[in-house]
Design a protein around this ligand. Structure first.
Ligand code: ATP
Length: 297
């Protein structure tokens, strides 16, 4: 095999709780993670020359050691003594710095694809450990599907598959820094926290409305307060037949669950024209069980 083409999918959080502050400066989290089918495409080709050559469709995105794809390839080349170089092409669709773990997912997909391309003898557990050094969400992005993530996000428990649903993702035209959101976060401002156990039982019962009724993200107390457009978009999705709507991660992306494609499209059109949201996508939930036998795609 000389070349591999892979998908790197986005994630949303259907629940996000902060349970404490750690000595290393990070916060302790409890999150329910869900992969969705909006994806970046990554193509990796072995090359005769050594080194990593990364190109992308986005002029502003760094293609050197600041890019997590580059770092993932570099770590495996160094650790496994790979003698060849790689040419990597990235086509990005997942909005960046949006609460959708786009960079982490690209990183995870690169680790898995490099393992396959070079036939590396690395277990999933080892690959997740390597991923954790590159970013707290990377181990989950290797695991994918529905999962409970604790600690910084690296302690993972697989949950049953999520009910089938259409997912509308809308990233308002604002930039949010994840470290700044955590810096501003204060437990005193939190009035409602997610009932994670209840959410898990709704997932086990395949109860999409129950999930939607219990969704909660404590980071909305920071990002939604700073950017009221987030609340407005959530309300607009609910007014257009979303079963539930919430901000993902530290934001600013808002997602909504819909039972039909037509309802999702109606909401997309309204949000796009009313709030001038250019980065808006109607996608579906991704479950591992539908994709048995394929470890990357
Ligand atoms: P999270 O949900 O994990 O907080 P995010 O959606 O907030 O992720 P990312 O899209 O992962 O944020 O990107 C955040 C920053 O990481 C970007 O501003 C970019 O400079 C850098 N970055 C590094 N590699 C990548 C990549 N492959 N794709 C996108 N951003 C990348």
């Amino acid at each position: 095999m000389d070349k591999i083409d892979i998908f790197a999918r986005a994630k949303i959080n259907t629940a996000l709780d902060v349970t404490g502050k750690r000595e290393d400066g990070y916060h302790d989290l409890r999150m329910i993670m869900q992969t969705v089918n909006l994806c970046d495409n990554i193509s990796i080709e072995k090359s005769k020359e050594t080194g990593i050559e990364l190109t992308s469709n986005l002029a502003w995105l760094p293609c050197d050691g600041r890019n997590l794809i580059y770092r993932a390839a570099e770590v495996l080349i160094d650790r496994c003594g790979i003698k060849k170089g790689v040419k990597i092409k990235l086509f990005k669709r997942i909005p960046a710095a949006a609460g959708l773990a786009g960079g982490s997912s690209d990183c995870a997909a690169t680790l898995v694809a490099m393992r396959r391309l070079f036939g590396l003898n690395i277990s999933n557990t080892e690959l997740m450990k390597i991923g954790e050094e590159l970013g707290a969400d990377v181990p989950y992005c290797i695991m994918r599907g529905t999962a409970l993530a604790e600690g910084k996000g690296e302690i993972l428990t697989r949950l049953p598959a999520f009910p089938d649903a259409y997912v509308l993702l809308a990233k308002p035209p604002i930039n949010v820094s994840t470290p700044a959101v955590f810096k501003e976060f204060s437990m005193d401002k939190v009035e409602k926290r997610p009932d994670i156990e209840k959410m898990i039982s709704c997932i086990e019962n395949n109860d999409l409305q129950g999930i939607c009724d219990n969704m909660c993200n404590v980071l909305e107390t920071v990002t939604e307060k700073n950017y009221p457009i987030i609340k407005d978009i959530k309300q607009a999705m609910l007014d257009h037949k979303a079963l539930g709507s919430m901000m993902s991660g530290s934001g600013p992306t808002v997602f909504g669950f819909f039972t039909t494609y037509e309802d999702g499209i109606e909401a997309l059109k309204f949000v796009r024209s009313t709030y001038h949201v250019k980065e808006i996508y109607l996608t579906t939930v991704f479950n591992i069980k539908q994709h048995k036998g394929t470890s990357v795609n």
